[in-house]
Design a protein around this ligand. Sequence first.
Ligand SMILES: [Zn+2]
Length: 223
Amino acid sequence: MRKIAATYVFTANQPPLKNGILTIGDDGTILSIDSQTNLTEQQSLEYYSGILVPGFVNAHCHLELSHLAGKIEEKTGIGGFVGKINQLRNSANDQPEYRIHQTDRKMWAAGISAVGDISNAAISIETKLNSPIFYYTFIESFGFHPSRAEKAFEYALLVHQQFTNRNLKNSIVPHSPYSVSQPLFEKIARLATENGGILSIHNQESEGEAEFFISGTGSIAKA
Ligand SMILES: [Zn+2]
């Protein structure tokens, strides 16, 4: 058991506690949270000058693209970015699985304890199974042409099954409003309604995306 006190403790469900004290069990479980107005030195109480916070949540991650970190020039706009991702994402000689593992370690070291991860394939499963981080995987499906809906959804179902078989929480989600056809949207919606799957979508994250969504023109159309 450990007792840790800090100038402030953020509990996330009430205002920050001044002179907060956490009591932590041997397995890391928080047993109690208290505060003392006049905190004095106590036996076996560790004190930190600063703020204690619960684990951070990374709500939008693409672990699968870890091997592309630093490889894409910045400020080329969304069109340049999408084009470059499409060009580089299958560069297998970059040890993608190892890079995924590394990114997981970096997030844990940075205090992240839960991640919403967008995935197109099953490559991140081993890392997620062996990580102390809680992962929720959004299996991203896309296909602009209605004739692709069946195939795209079948593939997403296959990945969904692989994650589910390993007890990893996941759901099938649409990539963006402009890259998913109506029949594919309907299939995704039906499954989410049936099994209560959480949905996520990339939506107008930049000017270029908004332009493409509204008028079908701009840099994404060219990417
Ligand atoms: Zn994304």
